[in-house]
Design a protein. Sequence first.
Length: 243
Amino acid sequence: MTFAATILTLYPEMFPGPLGTSLAGRALGEGRWSCEPVQIRDYTTDKHRSVDDTPAGGGAGMVLRADVLAAALDAQAPGRPVLAMTPRGTPLTQQRVRDLAAGPGVTILCGRFEGFDERLFEGREIEEVSIGDYILSGGEMGALVLLDACIRLLPGVMGAASSGDDESFESGLLEYPQYTRPQMWEGRTIPEVLRSGDHARIAAWRKAKAETDTRLRRPDLWERHEDARVGSPSGAQRTRTKT
């Protein structure tokens, strides 16, 4: 089954963009996913092809119109999740990426200007998604990020089926440090345990490093990881002492 991506945007020339190269580009050429950018302006009805208007109540900037965006969405193939890229959305997680990659594809709506008329989300089933706590010029870059995260998980895109198992966020932890040749570089050597050939010791070292790095670098992830480990079967969390 081909993972179908439809992107509603004011700048369709941005797609596939970087997704036309490397693993994603090869997968696109092999038909593992499809990319269909759609020009939102094609669904306007006035001679100026207006997609935005001034914000109700006053204020700076312009707001994307609900009627135009709804017309563009309604013209797309049904049966796929509809996502709007917006800083007001739910933060994207690896779990959500896995869920999307396992489905038929996505329809992505790229925001611009001051955002969307809120009535669009009241009138259509749309999932608002954010890729981080910062502001971009538009939703296109966020759409590229989301699609790249999904495409690499499609069957046959990455080499070995297990190549992504130990990556950051897959287990709720950051990935352990990686090393390769040369064994000595600028006086720094590869840790002895990784040269030992003892797979049990290596696995234990990697697990410990992943936990330590997550605890020090991403205490928010570490807290969620710990909560998941000590949570009761009913979903309630047990009281624990933080150190």
